[in-house]
Design a protein around this ligand. Sequence first.
Ligand SMILES: Cc1ncc(COP(=O)(O)O)c(C=O)c1O
Length: 352
Amino acid sequence: MSKFWSPLVSSLVPYVPGEQPKMANLVKLNTNENPYGPSPKVIEAIQAELNDSLRLYPDPEGESLRQTIASYHSVKSQQVFLGNGSDEVLAHIFHALFQHGQPILYPDVTYSFYPVYCGLYSIEGKAVPLTGSFEINPEDYRQPNGGIIFPNPNAPTGRYLGLEHVEEILQANPERVVVVDEAYIDFGGETAIKLVDQYPNLLVCQTLSKARSLAGLRVGFAIGHTDLIDGLNRVKDSFNSYPLDRLAQAGAKAAYEDEAWFQKSCAGVISERERVAGALSELGFEVLPSKANFIFARHKEKPGESLAKELREQGIIVRHFNKPRISDFLRITIGTPEQNDALISGLRAPLA
Ligand SMILES: Cc1ncc(COP(=O)(O)O)c(C=O)c1O
């Protein structure tokens, strides 16, 4: 606390990102990064941009990248909004498109940045409980609201909601913006982008941090009706006109030009996810069905917190949330086969 802080800053409860430890040789399975690394074409494209042009500002609209993403998803480039990671896109969404006076609805177990943005922009948030099996029930989103947001697949549960149920939520809320945060969609879900031309209240948000393995580059985007994108641009151009630097624009574009790398990377994560889920079940875990690049699991006897601690002592880092309903769980990012083997054998000793 400082006398120099504004009343708003004094009241904020900031997001706490997963740890980025400085120690070497860790098996780092705590922040849902992709173990396989970006396409070599991304590295080449970034290296090609390392020249005198860095003295010039980048394209504020990121037009070339927007066109690439638009044609990949069969929409118009005017339907694409870019941001410095999807976190920045989400922040602008809360600011630009959610109404005050009625609460923003999101699941009780979900991405913990949503309530933080509510605090930052002084809008009320309301946590809607997931079912007993940690699923989103579309019926629960038939209540007065100023907007709706949920990840699909949800995080940290990994559970996926079929598009027919996403449509139920959209149809029940035609006067409100419904945001589907698809950070993990490429690991087995079906994107709602195909619905944006049908539903002017739908905004789909994606990131290059997960399936395209570019968490360090910071690129995210939203796709929706041009009215929604125009609203986001008004906020962006009142905040920072150049969210994506030259290297990020070039690297992100190249990521979309290497479909084979992307497909191989996703397939590798998906097959390892199924193997790890099977091994954890054999070790006595209840594993929630996941369509993400992580799994959410609790042991029948051993609490999550002590398991996370014992793994850490072996140099294996997973995420534990000390929060209602989920304090028994571990969220485990899917790593390389070797990292996953280390995890499975690392769990054997504490569970013996
Ligand atoms: C559900 C969800 N949305 C958005 C993000 C933010 O991703 P980024 O800012 O790296 O694009 C994350 C990051 O872990 C996430 O889990």
